[in-house]
Design a protein around this ligand. Structure first.
Ligand code: BGC
Length: 446
């Protein structure tokens, strides 16, 4: 057994998102979000589940933070529900909503846990969706206005800010495949949402600098580690295309490299160009302080000339997790190496990484050994990437407890703590103890 020790000062904790845990969807003057609308439409979410109550974090926040502290966590990433603080997306502010996040931040700091705030984790105010949502260019200014409100309100205590969580997912799956809110399927709309999400990110970064608030800001992208299914030149080319359409689409513009040519051509040739205007490139490339990396798996790629994008996923070769993707712990280190090289060694926070493992309690014990094995594996891979020169400073495990897994409702469990969705009791799983030990030692056994 080898002990893999992380760099001194490496930070450990968990991540969450407002709609997935808060509940209290109709309380204290919170405005509706697209997820309230979507989950209440028949057939959208597995089992008809919704986030009306979720984990009831809104009412159990103190206990939840105390639990993090008991488990030895040092950092915590949460998202703000935009419609809780600005019920109609722009204009009137809801003090009760702001109070909640104020108290959350104070409680975290009282327990010595450093907060990181995600400004947007998919729950767009419905009032903005009614104006076209991310397809309407004016959303970029609305987002900057909202971001500014949060900087002013929490910026005296919060020093780590994330603009958007996984724009590739909420643009593509919300507007192209339609499996996430707002459930649209339209290529032209998708193209607009991609560009406006990036523009909103850039404007929020500029607003952060202008606010004078001390701290750091970055974006969190969703990632898959792409591997060629074989060594042929066609397959290698196809793998680069997968990286264009997924990784480079949202990293390239942020790092001043612009949109990948292949992606621009794809949208243009289908009459759905990305609606960039003069000056946008510079706004989007406003310098950031770190890169947030979310990663759950890998995908093997093979060429496909029939589908237009030129690549497709090859047959999985590793065991599948309940989410349908491969159990591939090496993917985290691999992706971190790739992104480090591609974008000139950015400072990285792993803003999400975790495992879906639906193990149920047996005599009160939740022996989630699949999660434990993969957690060790992911961290061993990450350690390797750091040894190879990647600048990774923090790891946020997804997630503290089982929660509302979007279109899968409550049927997919990602927590290191079990949530009993009948009683809302939280029961630490075996992986929670393992994670505490990793944190205490700042090391993992390989
Ligand atoms: C999202 C989370 C989600 C997790 C697990 C990420 O793509 O940011 O909200 O719960 O994956 O599927």
């Amino acid at each position: 057994m080898t002990v893999l020790t992380f760099p001194e000062g490496f930070q450990w904790g968990t991540a969450s998102a407002s709609y997935q845990i808060e509940g209290a969807a109709f309380e204290d003057d919170r405005g509706l979000s697209i997820w309230d609308t979507f989950t209440h439409q028949p057939g959208r979410v597995y089992g008809g589940d919704n986030g009306d109550v979720a984990c009831d974090h809104y009412h159990r926040m103190e206990q939840d933070v105390a639990l993090m502290a008991e488990l030895g966590h040092q950092i915590y990433r949460f998202s703000v529900s935009w419609s809780r603080v600005i019920p109609f997306g722009t204009g009137a502010v809801n003090e009760k909503g702001l109070d909640f996040y104020d108290r959350l931040v104070d409680t975290l700091l009282a327990h010595n846990i450093q907060p990181a705030v995600t400004l947007y984790h998919w729950d767009l105010p419905q009032a903005l969706q009614d104006l076209g949502g991310w397809a309407n260019r004016s959303i970029a200014d609305a987002f900057a206005e909202y971001a500014n409100l949060m900087y002013k309100r929490l910026g005296d205590r919060v020093t780590r800010w994330i603009t958007l969580n996984e724009p590739i997912i909420f643009t593509m799956m919300g507007h192209r495949t339609g499996v996430l809110a707002p459930g649209i399927r339209d290529l032209g709309i998708t193209a607009k949402t991609i560009h406006h999400a990036l523009l909103a990110h850039g404007k929020a970064v500029q607003a952060f600098r202008a606010s004078g608030v001390a701290g750091e800001i970055g974006i969190t992208n969703a990632n898959t580690s792409y591997e060629p299914a074989d060594d042929s030149p066609e397959t290698l080319r196809a793998t680069e295309l997968a990286r264009d359409f997924d990784s480079r689409l949202f990293h390239g513009p942020v790092y001043g490299k612009g949109y990948p040519e292949s992606v621009l051509r794809y949208y243009e040739s289908r009459g759905a160009p990305l609606p960039a205007q003069a000056g946008d490139t510079e706004v989007i490339a406003a310098p950031t302080d770190f890169l947030g990396v979310n990663l759950y798996s890998r995908q093997r790629i093979e060429p496909d000339d029939g589908r237009g994008v030129g690549f497709r996923p090859a047959r999985p070769a590793l065991p599948l997790l309940p989410m349908g993707y491969e159990a591939a712990p090496h993917s985290l280190g691999d992706f971190v190496r790739w992104v480090t090289k591609e974008y000139n060694r950015p400072k990285i926070y792993i803003t999400e990484n975790g495992v879906c493992d639906n193990t149920e309690p047996v005599n009160g014990v939740i022996d989630d050994h699949v999660r434990m094995d993969l957690l060790r594996g992911f961290l061993a891979g990450l350690h390797g990437a750091i040894q190879d020169g990647a600048d990774v400073r923090a790891y946020y495990q997804w997630s503290l407890y089982d929660n509302f897994e979007w279109a899968f409702g409550y049927s997919k469990r990602f927590g290191i703590v079990y949530t009993d969705f009948e009683t809302l009791e939280r029961i630490p799983k075996k992986s929670a103890a393992l994670y505490s030990e990793i944190i205490r030692r700042n090391a993992v056994d390989a």
